[in-house]
Ligand binder design. Sequence first.
Ligand code: P53
Length: 473
Amino acid sequence: MGLREDFLWGGATAANQCEGGYDAGGRGLANVDVIPVGEDRRPILTGKKKMFDFDDEHFYPAKEAIDMYHRYKEDIALFAEMGFKVYRLSIGWSRIFPNGDEQEPNEEGLQFYEDLFKECKKYGIEPLVTITHFDCPMHLIKEYGGWRNRKMIGFYENLCNVIFRRYKGLVKYWLTFNEINMILHAPFMGAGLYFEEGENEEQVKYQAAHHELVASAIATKIAHEVDPENHVGCMLAAGQYYPYTPNPEDVLLALEKDRESYFFIDVQSRGEYPAYALKELERKGIEIPMEDGDAEVLKEHTVDFISFSYYSSRVASADPDVKKTAGNLFATVKNPYLQTSEWGWQIDPLGLRTTMNTIYDRYQKPLFIVENGLGAVDVPDENGYVEDDYRIDYLAQHIQAMKDAVELDGVDLMGYTSWGCIDLVSAGTGEMKKRYGFIYVDRDNEGNGTLKRSKKKSFHWYKKVIETNGEDL
Ligand code: P53
């Protein structure tokens, strides 16, 4: 009993939230670079307000982030010290194809990730690579409108062809799109989409989603052709919906809200559009731009495993008088049984076990938890040491629930990578103050600080968790 012997313990980051070096090594501009901190962030990442370049009025935290571009050796050494078996990171698309539509890749960008993967391998750390984590070359947005355009499939295919070949033997775990369902909630961040006045936004989102789903299947096909050792996963922003009351209307709504997200994974894992989605899209007059061969590609090249992020469960109420709170990009009803984080995210370890069971029942494929963690304010002492017992508590409870899903329910789980294993820029708010890490980084919301790294209390705790394969929490 217990977790697998080869359980993949580790941590996760995304290129734009930690690398910085936005114009280093020939890198091109991406959507994620031009999303600022502050009140304009929300309208920009949801595609309501256009921001295609830097201006003087805003601060853009991704430009420098925590400068991992120049410091990755030090950071990976710290991950190794904790005993990481896996490090989840993402590739900056515009490092490899600065504009996105070139024929030839940028060698400096390719070399950067090759060096980084080799650095991981030096310590026996397996890279788990997200091909796109909320990033899209800006040129593809300006010129083609982002993922609404079918041409994106070809550009993504070029990227995949290049990276699968170049990193063959170095990388064997791949995720095609981070939180693919985020396209519905943050379409500019998720898929480079912005909307014109009066445009049918849902049509654009589902059209773009279709392009991503086909691109994901093609990527899976190529990955398997290039190296049969490759394992390709999809990635869902997960979190079970609970009905607010036993009122049958709440129960049905909770099912429907879950389906909004599972729709993507149903296609990626079962290989076809589910019946409920076809009916719903038809009712709404939304047309899926299906072309010859799409159905076959989706059917034949389904994912090998299901990965997901889990921060919280969600609550659905059919009663219009029950108010939703917007604690994060998934607006949900407040659950009276749960505490919330400083950013209003509801904390529900048992919900992780429920979510894992639901997903495993639905797909019967190995699962991988690739994000989980607590965004909190940390107060370091003069040496940068943080006594983050609150983070340890959160993680211990979630890891216990995860173990219960494995040991008591028989869920097949490949690994666990906590989010933001080193402090990094928040995707939702752009703040540095919202920290998830085992490693503290001296930098604030305005970009001040030495960028010095230091170990928090949770660093030593997580090392012990990994050492004991999750026995000592
Ligand atoms: P931040 C919202 C809800 C669930 C997951 O989020 C989310 C978001 C975005 O805010 O995104 C994932 O940084 C995402 C990461 C992100 C992390 O959750 O807003 O994959 O890039 O940083 C945490 O606290």
